[in-house]
Write a protein that binds this ligand. Sequence first.
Ligand SMILES: [Fe+2]
Length: 186
Amino acid sequence: MFTIERFIEQCRAAIAAADAERAVEELVAEAVSDPESVVRALRDPERAGFEVLHRGPDLTVLDFAWAPWMTFKPHNHSMWSVVGIFSGREDSVFWRRTGDTIEARGAHSLGVGDVTRLGRDVIHSVVNPIGKMTRAIHVYGGDFFAPPRPRSEWDPETLAERPWDLDHTRRLFAEADARAGVVPTR
Ligand SMILES: [Fe+2]
């Protein structure tokens, strides 16, 4: 059965391993293979956003809730990450730098039980394509809130690069909630 305490303990041990990313990916895959167990262990979110389950210099674990039909600006992380879905669906468009801007280079779609690993320099934008919240565990190989190198985001309309703005990010979740008239999801 999934518990937050044990999951974090296992992730902390995993990041000390030779291939930390693979080890964390296996832990996240094991967790979301029993999505009901993860749902039971975590809060039932009334709002979209992310809850910090663990924050340290080399590991951050977030409980993510995307609002219904929410779209989220292109951004990078400046650290590797692993995403596992335990409710709903999370689509990503992947981008690459070209000159002063970025261009789309691919996409993937993750459903319940799916896990993906994102490299340190990946740029992606995210869509929740369904009319209920999407829930995911996001694990980052560093301090998500204090990245070792400055993080960027890109204006969704002009694709102009700018410094990552956490306050703007929080507002996007609130606006997406308001547009969707969010009610708690299960
Ligand atoms: Fe991301």
